[in-house]
Ligand binder design. Sequence first.
Ligand SMILES: Nc1ncnc2c1ncn2[C@@H]1O[C@H](COP(=O)(O)OP(=O)(O)OP(=O)(O)O)[C@@H](O)[C@H]1O
Ligand SMILES: [Mg+2]
Length: 381
Amino acid sequence: VSLARSERTRLVTVTGPGGVGKTRLVLEVARRVAGDFPGGVVFVPLAAVSDTALVLSTVADALGARREATADVLEAVRATIGDERTLLVLDNFEQVTAAAPDVAALLSLAPALVVLVTSRQVLRIRSEQQVHLGPLPDDAAMRLFADRAAASRAGFVVDDTNSAAIAEICRRLDGLPLAIELAAARIRLLPPDAMLARLRDRLDVLGSGPVDLPARQRTLRATMDWSYGLLPPPEQSLLARLAVFSGGWTLAAAEAVCGRPTGPPTIDTLSALLDDSLLVPAGGTPQEPRLDMLETVRDYAAEKLAGSDDDIETGRRHTEWVLAMFDPAVHFRAAEFRPALDRFNAERSNVRAAVQRSVDAGERDVAARLIRNTLGFMARR
Ligand SMILES: Nc1ncnc2c1ncn2[C@@H]1O[C@H](COP(=O)(O)OP(=O)(O)OP(=O)(O)O)[C@@H](O)[C@H]1O
Ligand SMILES: [Mg+2]
């Protein structure tokens, strides 16, 4: 917090392995220092941006910079910021590390700008100050486990009979918050002793596994394998399919894209995954709540999807869902335009993901249809 407030700070990069709490930390810092930034605090999730060339324009959009198609994006951003202190939060920069020079350029052009980044690696820019986020201290790790376990099984408490096992579980999980959450969510099925025994098997096996991954990443990977392995098959396949979404989804979207005629209803499987901490609530409206996955979980789920025979079908259904949602005819029906525009704004990352997928697959006419159906919204937002 004091680093973000300091007049001399220009760029702070919070680094650390997946699931260590980088996003949570910067959101909390941003909330606390908001008052010091009259120009505002702007949060830009970059997880869905895979093309480094799009980083600047994503930032410009998030800032609400007005720009003509031909205008210089950097200049538009500079003009929007002006000389009011503004905090820009760039989340998951590791996706787009090659865009670091763009951040450097922004910083030198806009002296009122302070940038807070989360990334698994540093950006290597001159004014950068790095904050490396390590594991949770033992007592905080125990508290996190206790909280999450109590949320999963009412009445769960840490006492003399289980505290040694829980301390050992947290230690085995390297104090990694995401790993602890995934484990604690299983308390209904596995009391601490049994959980420790199973985790030990997993982690010991992995201890002799690939050594090219840093230790903590291996621990998280093993914990995810463990958590995934405990899921019944319909939950495993739904989790994998949900990786097609970008920026979250609604229940209706999950049903349309990931539902299959056989097996349990999608809504039941979704709530089971939510209970297991594999999904997280992600805003939306009370009528239409949204769900999402933490980035590390999505990477894992995407791997499972890519390795399954469901990959192409799920991608195709995601694209069809986007196409169906943005029928170009709504531009001529006044009453439908506003709701469609709101929907477009909520689903922008999904639209982008569908366009990217069709471009990658060389499906030029699908890409063209997607762009044709959504162009009107892009121009109007
Ligand atoms: N200090 C903490 N206390 C309690 N929960 C925490 C703490 N730090 C992180 N968490 C929880 O751990 C999970 C992972 O945190 P977060 O998403 O911030 O990790 P991350 O480092 O941003 O991961 P990624 O690299 O995948 O983006 C979240 O559910 C978060 O709420
Ligand atoms: Mg994060």
